[in-house]
Design a protein around this ligand. Structure first.
Ligand SMILES: Nc1ncnc2c1ncn2[C@@H]1O[C@H](COP(=O)(O)OP(=O)(O)OP(=O)(O)O)[C@@H](O)[C@H]1O
Ligand SMILES: [Mg+2]
Length: 249
């Protein structure tokens, strides 16, 4: 179970704020790590150090400014290792369907789609027949204690914790070999936090790979196999000469 799934080398991310006169904000610098099947790498560091940014880079959402991020595609028809910075959009979408799942901090609610179908969708996309996908979705929602009366309703009006549980079920249903988790337990009560810890442990036992951010120390201790500390970027915010000149003294 030690097959590597993620390889990150010399990763740097710098944001250029075009609507702020091109101010450049360095966030990640020289990040190196690997993650293998059965491992849970926990991103650690103070607020603003780029933990969520790193997850977005791994999901192909943000393009790295320097360095390399490679993911293994175990079942892919093409190359086994995919370099995200040069992968075409279609390949990124295929990786998100088959290889890498992402539980964002907040659910992006889709209007008029029921909670059950929001959860079932990633399984459908991977070819699970509709009935089986809906059964799997129902089982996850039941485990996460989402009241049955909510299953047929769109999650837009759900409470924060209810939306988060829909989001978690949607992340876990696809069975992706790599799963990225951005504070999945932040607005959950103790019982539901315990369910999420169980889900993560099962995922690891199945030989999948997790990269997560958990502020809750008990959750972190229950699942982390390794911590990856991120340091605050040392580089100063860089203001292009033209923008600096345009600033009032
Ligand atoms: N799309 C973006 N455009 C510009 N700056 C961004 C963008 N996304 C993130 N940043 C900046 O990158 C820095 C790191 O943000 P990030 O959300 O990754 O931090 P974090 O470690 O997840 O913090 P927290 O623990 O508070 O969630 C912040 O200063 C943020 O303003
Ligand atoms: Mg964050």
């Amino acid at each position: 179970m030690t097959e590597r799934m993620i390889e990150v080398r010399g990763l740097g991310k710098l944001f250029t704020l075009h609507n702020q006169g091109g101010v450049r904000l360095p966030v990640l610098h020289a990040v190196d790590f690997d993650a293998a099947r059965g491992e849970c790498v926990v991103l650690a560091g103070p607020s603003g150090t780029g933990k969520s940014t790193l997850l977005r880079c791994l999901y192909g959402n943000y393009l790295a400014t320097e360095g390399s991020i490679r993911l293994r595609d175990p079942a892919g028809a093409g190359e086994a290792w995919v370099e995200l910075s040069s992968a075409p959009e279609q390949r990124i979408l295929q990786l998100r369907r088959d290889v890498v799942g992402y539980v964002s901090q907040f659910l992006r609610a889709i209007p008029r789609v029921s909670a059950l179908d929001v959860v079932a969708e990633p399984a459908l996309a991977r070819g699970v027949p509709q009935e089986a996908a809906r059964e799997r979705a129902a089982a996850l929602l039941a485990r996460l204690n989402l009241p049955g009366r909510l299953w047929s309703l769109p999650p837009a009006t759900f409470s924060g914790g209810e939306q988060q549980r829909v989001n978690i079920a949607r992340g876990f249903i696809g069975g992706h070999p790599i799963l990225l988790l951005d504070e999945p337990t932040a607005s959950l009560d103790a019982d539901n936090r315990a369910v999420v810890v169980e889900l993560m442990r099962e995922t690891l036992a199945e030989g999948r790979c997790l990269v997560g951010i958990f502020h809750d120390e008990a959750v972190r201790d229950a699942v982390a196999t390794r911590l990856l500390p991120l340091r605050p970027a040392t580089g100063e915010t860089m203001v292009p000469a033209a923008a600096a000149a345009a600033r009032p003294a």
